[in-house]
Design a binder for this molecule. Structure first.
Ligand code: ADP
Ligand code: MG
Length: 357
């Protein structure tokens, strides 16, 4: 008995330790059980001219199904505003019917998209353009009619793609020449990811991975013990072949732009769909793919396109200034990864050399 009294301090510490250990074990076990109860459903689809895949985790399939329907409605609404494929969208109607030299009123959404694109254009010294459409239409790559345009036609299209000839005022957009056209193709899918994330966060969804073409939103979790793994396309592999896997511990928006998505070839030369606004030709910066990771989908998407045009050094500098992370792939098969992704991205494809910068 005296031994117990003498050692009561040590004994109470041991008891406390055992209690804590039990609580940790019980908490972990409970968490695992909760995770097991989490149901995952995958919904394939097509929207914004590309494939959409949603994997949604929640307590039950009814919640997942409802979230899927909400995402479809959200994508439809977005297409009605910014799609160039839908002739009745706000953007198409604006492109077809604007008044030259006067104010054209815009919805709040379209206004904010153009405002952000103009900002990115400034920051990239023109590598990114909000009105590249006359050039991209001329090349015909989007609609499957790829052809190398004549010099004269290209020169004219370049004049019509000059962002200095448009001006965003407080009340709307002014085009100073007739024939200009806006293009939100470089940001649409990333913007879709932002809106999907916004709507899922307001629901009883535990986590989701949603891909809209080359843009992916990773939201919430599938149970704290697991991270998300997102495959990045090998730009010189078959569709679905992975360059590597990106591990995301928290919410992230990931966008990839590459010369392998939409292109045609003439005499062994590849002509793809990302244009250098200073030449009107497909960008030839030595990069074949750029993936950008940030907390914002619009930004990731805009940056992946802009960096593809800017090339490795300028692109890297711009990504840093925007506090984003990136994976650059060069035509001589080097993969350059920003420091922030050092532990979360690993190249699995063969024949690439990796560098952390
Ligand atoms: P994808 O649409 O295949 O996901 P991107 O996000 O890189 O790829 O966007 C490419 C689209 O952006 C092109 O189809 C075109 O509509 C538009 N675009 C092409 N070049 C530029 C550019 N320099 N600046 C802004 N938009 C561009
Ligand atoms: Mg883009």
């Amino acid at each position: 008995m005296r031994w117990f009294v003498r050692n009561r301090r040590a004994l109470s510490r041991i008891a406390l330790f055992l209690c804590l250990a039990f609580l940790v074990w019980y908490g972990w076990r409970f968490h695992s059980v909760k995770r097991k109860r989490c149901v995952a459903d995958t919904f394939p689809g097509i929207a914004m001219g590309t494939t959409v895949k949603k994997t949604i985790y929640s307590e039950n399939s009814r919640i997942n199904q409802e979230a899927d329907e909400a995402i479809d409605a959200c994508l439809k609404e977005l297409e009605e505003t910014i799609s160039v494929r839908d002739p009745h969208s706000e953007l198409s109607l604006l492109n077809a019917n604007y008044v030259t030299g006067g104010i054209n009123r815009l919805s709040e959404l379209l206004y904010s998209c153009i405002e952000r694109e103009i900002e990115i254009r400034k920051e990239t010294d023109g590598a990114f353009s909000p009105c590249i459409r006359p050039v991209s239409e001329l090349w015909g790559i989007e609609d499957g009619n790829g052809r190398v345009p004549e010099q004269g036609q290209l020169k004219k299209a370049l004049t019509l793609s000059d962002p200095d000839q448009m001006e965003l005022t407080e009340n709307g957009l002014v085009f100073h020449q007739y024939g200009m056209k806006l293009d939100l193709g470089a940001v649409g899918k990333g913007l879709a990811c932002d809106r999907i994330a916004g709507l899922l966060r307001g629901r009883k969804v535990q986590g989701a991975v949603v891909s809209v073409g080359g843009s992916v939103a990773v939201i919430g979790d599938k149970g704290k013990l697991e991270a998300w793994h997102v495959g990045i396309q090998d730009p010189r592999g078959k569709e679905g072949d992975m360059l590597g896997v990106l591990t995301c511990e928290e919410d992230a928006m990931i966008s990839t732009s590459g010369d392998y998505e939409k292109y045609f070839e003439v005499d062994g030369k590849r002509y793809h769909h990302i244009f250098d606004p200073s030449t009107g030709y497909p960008a030839d910066s030595g990069l074949i793919s750029v993936t950008v990771v940030s907390g914002n989908g619009f930004l990731s998407d805009a940056l992946s396109t802009a960096c593809f045009v800017m090339g490795l050094d300028r692109g890297m500098e711009y990504v840093r200034s925007r506090k984003a992370e990136a994976i650059f792939v060069t035509s001589d098969r080097k993969v350059i990864v920003t420091k922030g992704l050092k532990h979360s991205f690993s190249v699995t494809a063969k024949g690439y050399e990796t560098e952390i910068r």
